[in-house]
Design a protein around this ligand. Structure first.
Ligand SMILES: [Zn+2]
Length: 373
């Protein structure tokens, strides 16, 4: 099943070799950007170690052990991830029992999502973190013998979200891990981990997935047009989960609005634009605005390619808009890079506490300066 992991050939190769030579490390740190397969690889490694099939085809995905891993019900899988806390007392017992019903329900919903639509973000009701109670549970469980498998597999996802107390407690387990235990940490922020944790793990970097690979994967779904796959591959910036999320929801709506925005510029329809901008008065539609700006960046790069390199254009179905914009200002080499930088700055700014409506207004003014002279 390792061939299902896209764009991480090196990491997969290292792990396959370790499995074949029987030299799997006691602890790994998988680090790299969000949405590139770190967790899936960790799960597959755990599956492969306990799989019943012949070595070469592990993990097979169909033996009883693999199936239990895929449904997160294998008794030797110890899965720790950030989740909310309800009371001042530990919400989770050392046996792993979650005592607060509300938290238990969210916990189950998170796992269900992870099984059926892992690319979707799950939003917990409260601040999340990896706390000492989870680490105590892990400590307790690694001391027991494996139930069914050869090895206990601990996956700590978003390990950077361990608070300091949890991290220090975890360090003790990491210093003297039981032999029949494999610990895999995943993180997109390795710098937030204790250096003593990092140095005790075998480190495996994961990389952004190439545009072509994402495009290819999206086209497998057969619901997308070529230009859509191209566009999503560019917007998602190497993040497969993001590409899949965009494919599922909202992308068509956002694209429509981006087209409207460009039409309002072309027709200098300020009133209509103000109407459009009111949905961004609060941060409720923040993600939508971020997507819209990302799409505008692609429109500007399309414009830069418009005259001389049409093969690079993403919005191939809407060249009339590109034509219109180009006709209005042909100094594209001057303004396109500048506008792209400007919009990237705006995206950065949206991460802070700014009023999103002001951001879209600022962008509108900048566009009208350039295209409505
Ligand atoms: Zn198997």
């Amino acid at each position: 099943m390792f061939n299902k992991i896209i764009g991480q050939d090196k990491a997969v190769e290292v792990l396959k070799r370790a499995l074949i030579q029987n030299k799997v490390a006691n602890s790994y740190l998988f680090y790299g950007p969000e949405g590139v397969g770190k967790f899936t690889t960790a799960l597959y490694l755990g599956m492969a170690i306990n799989c019943h099939s012949v070595l070469e085809t592990r993990p097979c995905g169909i033996c009883p052990s693999c199936k239990k891993f895929l449904s997160f019900s294998h008794p030797d899988l110890i899965y720790v991830f950030p989740f909310p806390k309800e009371t001042n007392k530990p919400d989770i017992s050392i046996e792993g029992e979650i005592k607060v019903e509300k938290i238990l329900n969210e916990y189950k919903a998170y796992i269900d999502n992870k099984i059926s639509t892992p690319w979707k973000e799950y939003f917990f009701s409260k601040n999340i973190g990896i706390r000492i109670a989870s680490i105590r549970m892990l400590e307790h469980r690694v001391q027991l013998s494996p139930n069914e498998g050869n090895y206990k597999i601990c996956i700590i996802e978003h390990a950077d979200q361990m608070n300091i107390k949890a991290a220090n407690a975890f360090l003790k387990t990491l210093e003297e891990p039981p032999e029949d235990t494999i610990i895999i940490l995943t993180t997109s922020k390795p710098n937030s981990l204790l250096p003593t944790i990092i140095s005790r793990c075998q480190q495996l970097p994961f990389h952004p997935i190439s545009k072509n690979k994402i495009e290819e994967k999206l086209l497998d779904f057969e619901t997308l047009e070529m230009f859509e796959a191209k566009m999503l591959a560019r917007i998602s910036n190497g993040n497969m989960e993001k590409a899949l999320r965009l494919m599922e929801g909202g992308k068509i709506e956002v694209r429509e609005q981006t087209l409207q925005f460009l039409n309002y510029i072309i027709n200098k329809n300020d009133l209509k634009f103000i109407e459009l901008s009111t949905q961004f008065r609060t941060s409720k539609n923040l993600t939508k605005l971020q997507e819209m700006i990302s799409q505008l960046i692609i429109w500007m790069s399309d414009l830069a390619y418009f005259k001389h390199q049409q093969s690079e254009i993403t919005n191939l179905d809407k060249t009339e808009i590109l034509e219109e914009l180009y006709d209005r200002n042909q100094e594209v080499e001057d303004y396109a890079p500048e506008l792209i930088n400007f919009m990237e700055e705006m995206l950065q700014r949206l991460n802070g506490h700014v009023n999103p409506q002001l951001v879209i207004i600022e962008i509108y003014n900048r566009f009208t300066d350039i295209f409505c002279m």
